[in-house]
Design a protein around this ligand. Sequence first.
Ligand SMILES: Cc1ncc(CO)c(N)n1
Length: 221
Amino acid sequence: MSGLFERLKGDAAAAWSAYVEHDFVRGLGDGTLPEAAFRHYLVQDYLFLIEFARAYALGVSKAPTLADMRKSAGAMTGILGEMSLHIRLCAGWGIDAAALEAAPPARAMLAYTSFVLEAGRRGDYLDLIVALSPCVVGYAEIGTRLAARPHGRDPANPYAPWIAEYAGEAYQALAAEARAELDRIGAVYLTEARYPRLAALFAQATRLEADFWQMGLDQAD
Ligand SMILES: Cc1ncc(CO)c(N)n1
């Protein structure tokens, strides 16, 4: 039997494709994404990761068992580590960590992070990890897909380091862990009566991911 993650993804299939096959993603894969769009995205993604680390910290607080607390704490630490990619890439453009943290937040970043934090605040641990799952599992899927494309690992592609990060073992392990945790928690706490609300949370978070790519593409504030 496939787990909760596959069921949620299947029920949000159109939104999921719009997220993982977004034009921004295509541009990363073939190296044609304008650098200004990538920069705008990456600065906002740094702010995004700060809030996502906070959401996993909320997960530590909401977790039903000690083992779940450790999983959330591990994800939080993983995200705080993922930020070093952003610092490294932005340093190349003369943007240091202090400037990153002080950047004006874009509305699409605020919309997404506020949505996830609020889902977690209102709901329980399962609500929270459902709202968080399109993020980590989606980027792992995108990383794997892009790395398999003709220009995905080409050193001439300026986005090859970004792709390598998300296609890499450490990130793939983090995503596999998140997915396994969702399936495990789902097996314990999911009831059919609550499924539609979880599906709505998942679909909404997935749409907000696509909006995040669009914000980068449009360099929207
Ligand atoms: C917007 C967004 N979603 C997912 C990830 C993956 O961690 C990220 N870095 N940024």
